[in-house]
Ligand binder design. Structure first.
Ligand SMILES: NC(=O)c1ccc[n+]([C@@H]2O[C@H](COP(=O)([O-])OP(=O)(O)OC[C@H]3O[C@@H](n4cnc5c(N)ncnc54)[C@H](O)[C@@H]3O)[C@@H](O)[C@H]2O)c1
Ligand SMILES: [Zn+2]
Length: 334
């Protein structure tokens, strides 16, 4: 299946097909030179599927994990690109999760004022979330994603087959973002989790989640308004991540707990809780609610005492609400 994505900068396609990885070169121009960027957590045979198609391509392997999304790794990739004389006509290919995708995209955005790149996301999170939107970047100065650029890929290849090797915890982590998409925009997507098995419905879940993100991002590429709804569960989620020093819980796990905080109707909240428990995602934790409230208000300090949050009362129907600091504290206590 081909999902066209329209953006102000360019239109591109997501090729979504099980088993597409060994065929990607047939979708790309024949006369290009490529450099592959991946990390050492991606199993070798996925990389080999790609290198047999591009036997001459240099491969830059970074250590896996968020700690690699930094200036030094970015610099190392750029140095390698220069060393291999990559020109403005050449391509970078990202094979990996969101860390590899964000870094590679940012290198492509900045090398020689911008070259083409191909994204092959290999985690649920990167397939569902980072394959649309054009956000690239690194963590800098202790702040996540503080340096980056909007830079759209030439093509994205989503192969659900590669998820077969993903550790279960990472698998569920990304699925939290698909559940979020259902909560804000697509009740049928939510019901796929509620009534069925996440893994049995994997392809339909990824497809529907992508369609939600596509619709929202196409309407609001630069996060001026509508795109904020994608932050459902993230305002509190980021607070949990900071509270635990980005250590105890993964991003999607924090988003799961954050969604619980931002679901206002008790019946909907009970349905969400049941689904999260079924997915083995956390619904609450031992964090001090007052500290969480502090992180939320500090992080999002906008207009004096107020922050904008995304809430859901009915599944598929979200809204932006303005909460005072007191309201944040009250909600965090519940
Ligand atoms: N650009 C965007 O729009 C966007 C959106 C969401 C998240 N992100 C970024 O994505 C990053 C998180 O991405 P992630 O959750 O994919 O983490 P990740 O890239 O760190 O990957 C998680 C782990 O899975 C391993 N892995 C990857 N593919 C595998 C496979 N097929 N089989 C086995 N292991 C595999 C990796 O080596 C790594 O150890 C964060 O830095 C976040 O900021 C970006
Ligand atoms: Zn997220």
């Amino acid at each position: 299946m081909v999902i066209p994505v329209h953006t102000n900068a360019k239109d591109y396609e997501i090729i979504f097909k099980r088993g597409i990885l060994p065929e990607v070169s047939s979708y790309l121009p024949g006369n290009i030179r490529v450099m592959i960027v991946t990390d050492d957590g991606v199993p070798d045979f996925w990389l080999e599927s790609l290198t047999v198609q591009y036997p001459k391509a240099p491969v830059h392997v970074i250590p896996n994990g968020e700690a690699s999304k930094n200036f030094d790794t970015y610099k190392g990739i750029l140095e390698d690109m220069l060393e291999h004389h990559l020109s403005r006509r050449d391509y970078l290919i990202a094979l990996g999760g969101g860390v590899v995708g964000d870094l590679t995209g940012f290198c492509a955005a900045t090398y020689m004022r911008g070259i083409s790149w191909i994204n092959i996301p290999t985690t649920t999170l990167s397939q569902i979330d980072s394959s649309i939107g054009g956000k690239t970047g690194i963590d800098f100065g202790g702040v996540k994603n503080s340096v980056g650029a909007f830079w759209q890929p030439e093509k994205v290849f989503i192969d659900p087959e590669v998820l077969s090797t993903l550790p279960l915890r990472h698998y569920r982590n990304g699925m939290a973002e698909a559940l979020k998409a259902g909560m804000i925009r697509d009740p049928e997507l939510f019901e796929l989790f509620e009534n069925g098995d996440m893994m049995d419905n994997e392809e339909e879940i990824i497809r529907r989640a992508l369609m939600v993100k596509k619709e929202v991002v196409e309407k609001d590429e630069r996060e001026a308004g509508l795109r904020k709804i994608l932050n459902f569960g993230h305002t509190a989620g980021h607070a949990y991540e900071s509270y635990y020093g980005f250590d105890k819980y993964l991003h999607g796990e924090c988003v799961a707990m954050g969604m619980m905080k931002m679901t206002t109707d008790p019946v909907t909240k009970a349905r969400l809780r049941k689904v999260l428990e079924k997915m083995n995602l956390p619904v609450s934790c031992d964090a001090d609610p007052l500290k969480i409230a502090e992180f939320i208000t500090h992080d999002k300090k906008a207009d004096h005492d107020q922050i904008t949050v995304v809430t859901v009362s009915k599944i598929g129907d979200c809204k932006l609400e303005t909460w005072t600091t007191d309201e944040v504290v009250r909600r965090c206590r519940v």
